[in-house]
Design a protein around this ligand. Structure first.
Ligand SMILES: [Ca+2]
Length: 457
């Protein structure tokens, strides 16, 4: 893969900040038409930024995080799930933080890592100079939490995302003279539903479910903190040469019943490969690097973020590192730039190992193949039940994501809500995409040879 020359002298290398929200769906922002939420800071950023309107991620946390950090499909990295050893990224993976650090950047993570906590896979071992994080999938206490600060447990006072954002701001202030990479993976708006009551009160008053009011209240904290970070960049004169991303790791969660949550016309939920599980907000702004605002409608994904960052920073991909993504910097500079219409692949069936043919989608700009079934584990009961309830409420009849494979085909460009299954009208496209999936699975799951199964039925 060819990368362009340095675009700036080393002293002018851009700073990079990736603000990753947790479980914030496409429809959870005011700018996307949500009639209930107040997200003035994110909306203002969205208006000033380039928006990637066709951006996809994995339907759950750790796999998306692995792809964001490595530019590679999660199965390659050893990450298949959100629990156990399958949520531990192979320490041999090369992260964007490691590459930037080697290129002279100072690097910091402030929030949820969720890619392993042992000596080799922890963020401190994966390229981050400064680490304020926590172990495992979620903090148990969002108020006054105990956090890991550079390998040492520390008691902190306050609300989780305020603590992480304040630490990121302090890091930016201390390193303002150097190029820095800040990864701010907010643990909000993931459960537990612990939120300052004043943030949820206005949504309680709207008569929303208690869980939805709390989720939207947590979103207020995301919005406030994102705005606070931007204000500091502006005050320090760093905004112009900082590449700032706002995105999310997957769609809205089932455990919190997304059923009165605005979904912007999308179908499905977190944990499913329908678009409400995998299509998320993504905005990028770098005033010194490209003019905004523009809408980028070409198909992009989590695997493209690392190559884009390295491209913007003029840092080469280390030799021997095979990336799956490609830089979309050319699109940020010119939304009509040449862009390959690739097939992208998304799979999660909650196993400690990949299982061929279970709960996956194949996506091009026009077509989307969905095989939604395979969600048969006890731990997935809440996703199954909520999906079935969602289908009833949306007038789609009795539908399940349990049981044998079924193949659905959508003209996703014309039918973003995945309402009209065209599989029987285009069997040749279904077969072609199934074959593409098998080739992909053989490639990315090669590290789990014992889990190979027969080709997709
Ligand atoms: Ca998540």
């Amino acid at each position: 893969m060819a990368y362009g020359p340095l675009r700036a002298a080393d002293s002018e290398k851009p700073n990079v900040i990736v603000f990753l929200a947790d479980d914030v769906g496409y429809g959870d922002l005011g700018i996307h038409g949500n009639p209930h939420v107040k997200t003035p800071q994110i909306d203002a950023f969205a208006r000033e930024a380039a928006e990637l309107t066709n951006f996809r991620v994995n339907p759950v946390c750790s796999p998306t995080r692995a792809s964001l950090m490595t530019g590679r499909y999660n199965f390659r990295t050893g990450v298949a799930d959100v629990f156990g050893s399958a949520a531990r990224m192979d320490p041999a993976e090369v992260t964007v933080a490691e590459v930037l650090k080697a290129a002279g950047y100072v690097t910091g993570i402030f929030g949820k890592w969720h890619l392993g906590d042992d000596v080799g896979s922890s963020p401190g071992a994966q390229g981050f100079d400064e680490v304020l994080s926590f172990e495992g999938a979620a903090l148990k206490k969002y108020f006054d939490p105990e956090l890991m600060h550079n390998g040492v447990k520390e008691k902190h006072t306050g609300y989780c995302l305020d603590i992480f954002t304040d630490a990121a701001i302090e890091f930016v202030k201390q390193n303002r003279e150097k190029p820095f990479f800040v990864y701010l993976p907010s643990n909000l708006i993931h459960t537990p539903l612990q939120v300052p009551s004043e943030l949820a009160a206005e949504y309680d008053a709207l008569g929303l479910r208690d869980s939805t009011a709390k989720i939207y209240g947590m979103l207020r904290s995301v919005d406030n903190n994102f705005g606070k970070l931007r204000a500091v960049l502006k005050d320090l004169g760093l905004e112009k040469n900082t590449l700032l991303f706002f995105t999310s790791d997957n769609g809205p969660c089932s455990g919190s019943k997304p059923l009165d949550r605005f979904m912007a016309g999308l179908h499905g939920l977190k944990g499913t490969v329908y678009d409400n599980g995998i299509k998320v907000p993504c905005f990028a702004r770098w005033p010194a690097g490209f003019s905004s605002p523009e809408k980028i409608t070409r198909l992009t994904a989590h695997i493209d973020v690392m190559p884009t960052i390295l491209d913007a920073c003029g840092v080469a991909v280390p030799s021997g590192v095979k990336l799956d993504g490609i830089s979309f910097l050319s699109l940020l500079r010119d939304p009509s730039a040449t862009w390959l219409d690739r097939s992208l692949f998304f799979q999660w069936d909650s196993g400690q190992e990949p299982r061929r043919g279970q709960a996956f989608s194949v996506l091009t700009e026009k077509w989307k193949l969905v095989q939604p079934c395979g969600m048969d584990k006890p731990s997935q009961k809440h996703i199954r039940d909520t999906y079935t309830e969602l289908c009833r409420l949306q007038g789609r009849g009795e539908r399940s994501i349990e049981g044998p494979a079924r193949y659905e085909l959508y003209d996703i460009a014309a039918d973003p809500g995945e309402t009209k299954d065209l599989a029987s009208a285009h069997p040749e496209i279904v077969e072609k995409m199934k074959k593409q999936y098998d080739v992909w699975f053989d490639d990315v799951a090669a590290r789990w040879p014992e889990t190979r199964q027969d080709k997709s039925p």
